[in-house]
Design a protein around this ligand. Structure first.
Ligand code: PEP
Length: 249
């Protein structure tokens, strides 16, 4: 039985004041059986750690280097994330891929560095609208995942999360229908099963892309949707809590 996971990706938003307010709002009256997690900007990790102390809500970073230390200006090491109590790290978000040119191979190297240093990768995958319309969705998603599986080898696949995020649904207000999401999630699980059926069974596959309180229940009800990666709605405490609630039903 996979515990649902709801993760809020705050992207490059917030200030110390707004983050205090947001976390107060999230913690007040949060009731869910889902695991809940937020990804603040790096510079606020220490503040978020203090504010979440003693609560069940976890936190992680939105990106990390594949290198552990040294002359890599502007980068953040997996060891630093670990040092500040992060458990999860987001990698391969479509904004990292499209704006900063991260390739499948780059993402695979990060995946290995995270696992090797005791962190849990949340691996984002997803197709563009053009790729969907040309029927290439699963080809693209499979290549993104297979590059990681090949680099990781079976010994690094004990604990990771996949977030299926159709690029055309991120921040656009367009959402995959529950059927569209389920179809891709089931294909991803089948792909994982070709590698190792028990890994496929235990690995959580989140949906991301304009998930909101009013579409969360139906999306989460799909057999292979194990939670959500939430962008915009994670910046509004009431909306984020409503989604957490939907995931825990
Ligand atoms: C995201 O950026 O991971 C995301 C899902 O964003 P949004 O919910 O705003 O579409």
């Amino acid at each position: 039985m996979r515990q649902p996971l709801v993760a809020g990706n705050w992207k490059m938003n917030g200030s110390s004041d707004s983050i205090r307010e947001l976390i107060d709002g999230i913690l007040s009256g949060l009731e869910t059986k889902a695991e809940v997690l937020v990804f603040p900007p790096h510079v606020y990790i220490q503040q978020v750690r203090d504010l979440l102390s003693g609560s069940p809500v976890k936190y992680g970073v939105q990106n990390a280097s594949d290198k552990l230390s040294g002359a890599y200006t502007g980068e953040v090491s997996p060891l630093m994330a670990k040092d500040l109590g992060c458990e999860y790290v987001l990698i391969g978000h479509s904004e990292r891929r499209s704006i900063y040119g991260e390739t499948d191979a780059d993402v695979a190297e990060k995946f290995c560095a995270l696992v090797d240093n005791g962190l849990v990768p949340v691996l984002c995958v997803g197709e563009t609208l053009e790729e969907r319309e040309s029927g290439a969705t699963m080809k693209v998603v499979a290549e993104q995942i297979n590059t990681v599986l090949r680099a990781a080898g079976s010994e690094r696949l004990a604990n990771f999360v996949i977030a299926y995020e159709p690029v055309w649904a991120i921040g656009t207000g367009l959402t995959a229908s529950p059927e569209q999401a389920q179809e891709v999630h089931a294909d991803i699980r089948a792909l994982l099963a070709e590698n190792d059926p028990s890994m496929a069974d235990r690995t959580r596959i989140l949906y991301g892309g304009s998930m909101k309180p009013d579409n969360a229940v139906e999306l989460m009800a799909q057999t292979d949707v194990d939670g959500g990666l939430i962008g915009g709605a994670s910046l509004v405490a009431a909306d984020f809590k409503a989604i957490c609630h939907a995931a825990g039903q």
